[in-house]
Design a protein around this ligand. Structure first.
Ligand SMILES: NC(=O)C1=CN([C@@H]2O[C@H](COP(=O)(O)OP(=O)(O)OC[C@H]3O[C@@H](n4cnc5c(N)ncnc54)[C@H](O)[C@@H]3O)[C@@H](O)[C@H]2O)C=CC1
Ligand SMILES: O=C(O)C(=O)Cc1ccc(O)cc1
Length: 366
């Protein structure tokens, strides 16, 4: 039997996590990937996440399974491009985009004989992005939507077998139901988190200390505001009608709270929190389908040339695997704060010990 070939377009958090899961189960499957970012492909080759890096879509021609894992507007563009290319007989094209109606509409152009489109959407991820944040167990126990009006059972099973190592819970649904559901539980919360952060920032425009005093509650409700703007603006663009309605209903609830406050309606205000607590407590009691933890360490960086390079060098020399690095504050003549993100607690602990033994001060994460 010939080796299965997989082509992945977009090797960020989701694309690379799927690649890792595929390789974990079947090392012999050949994975070719394309990404607009060359460093991403270099990293993936160096870390054996994929076998071949492609400069364009040409290699899709020999692929048995094509996975589209770019921001959702780019998935639509790629589907238009694929519809003009000759794909392999019996090829399966799938995607991981967060909206499905727009994607399914574009996929209708894939009318080649024996080519099947299966819309997909894993309901797990993170506010972290990029190939370095991906992991084989990212989707463990998460729901994975399938929207496949034209696919036969055999083809769906083929995709499920390829992604078996992800250990997801498959859930077949139609595109419109999908977009309404994720609009309410995922897209609307991202809009609320982003607007809350911006509103609060505006409120404290003249007193930056206010924002710095934010406590646990503000941080947990706004965690997802750290998500990638490219990805989220693309999601909103492809779920506009549904989100407009959902936002209007949400605004209505906010207005009711405002009225209750103005009128001193304590009973309504009590019920607001009582009902919400009941529903939210039930959610917490469900089995944990949630995101894997990352470990963030915040380090004060002296205002010296090469100080950041020395941190990464120290970590590399001690074989500490860093998944993300972000400069949080850097102003002239003021020390900067570097946010170092680790996937494993052991890496985080080692880094903390090594850096605090040097000239660095751990400012958060102790
Ligand atoms: N991040 C999350 O939690 C989840 C994201 N999704 C969906 O998965 C898709 C990918 O998201 P992530 O992996 O999180 O984003 P990401 O930003 O980590 O990765 C996207 C990758 O696509 C590449 N890319 C962008 N435009 C491209 C183009 N035109 N051609 C080739 N490569 C291109 C980027 O360089 C990047 O490596 C999106 O459609 C998103 O809606 C689905 C479930 C969860
Ligand atoms: O980080 C979070 O809380 C998420 O909500 C992850 C996520 C982001 C986008 C999706 O389409 C599905 C899941």
């Amino acid at each position: 039997m010939s080796t299965t070939e997989v082509f992945i377009n977009g090797l960020g958090l989701i694309g690379s996590s799927l690649a890792r899961a595929i390789k974990k189960k079947n090392e012999e499957i050949v994975i070719t990937a394309a990404d607009k970012d060359k460093d991403t492909l270099d990293y993936a080759i160096a870390n054996k996440i994929i076998d071949r890096a492609a400069g364009n879509l040409a290699a899709v021609k020999t692929a048995d399974i094509i996975i589209l894992a770019t921001p959702v507007d780019q998935i639509v563009t790629t589907l238009h491009e694929l519809s003009k290319m000759q794909l392999k007989k019996d090829a399966i094209v799938t995607d991981v985009g967060s909206t499905k109606q727009t994607v399914l509409k574009a996929a209708k152009e894939l009318i080649q004989p024996n080519v099947t489109f299966i819309g997909g959407h894993p309901m797990a991820g993170s506010h972290k992005a990029g190939v370095t944040a991906g992991r084989a167990d990212l989707f463990e126990n998460a729901f994975y939507f399938l929207v496949a009006p034209k696919a036969k059972d055999k083809q769906i099973e083929k995709l499920q077998l390829l992604l078996q190592e992800t250990n997801v819970k498959w859930f077949e649904v139609d595109a419109s139901t999908h977009d309404k559901l994720v609009g309410q539980i995922s897209h609307l919360p991202h809009i609320i988190a982003a607007t809350l952060v911006n509103r609060t920032q505006d409120e404290f425009a003249d007193s930056p200390l206010g924002m710095k005093m934010a406590a646990g509650g503000f941080k947990s409700i706004t965690r997802i505001a750290s998500s990638d703007p490219d990805m989220w603006s693309a999601i909103l663009k492809t779920n506009t009608t549904i989100l407009t309605t959902q936002l209007a209903k949400y605004q209505q609830q906010l207005s009711e709270v405002q009225d209750d406050l103005k009128n001193g309606n304590q009973e309504n205000l009590y019920n607001l929190f009582f009902q919400a607590k009941n529903s939210r407590d039930k959610l917490s009691n469900q089995k944990k389908y949630i995101l894997p933890d990352f470990y963030d360490l915040f380090v004060n960086i002296p205002d010296k040339v090469g100080a950041i390079a020395r941190v990464t060098q120290l970590l590399a020399c001690n074989k500490i695997n860093l998944v993300n690095l972000q400069i949080l504050e850097i102003r002239e003549e003021i020390d900067g704060i570097l946010q170092l993100t680790f996937m494993k607690e052991i890496d985080y602990e080692k880094a903390k010990k090594i850096l605090s033994g040097q000239e660095y001060r751990i400012v958060k994460g102790e």
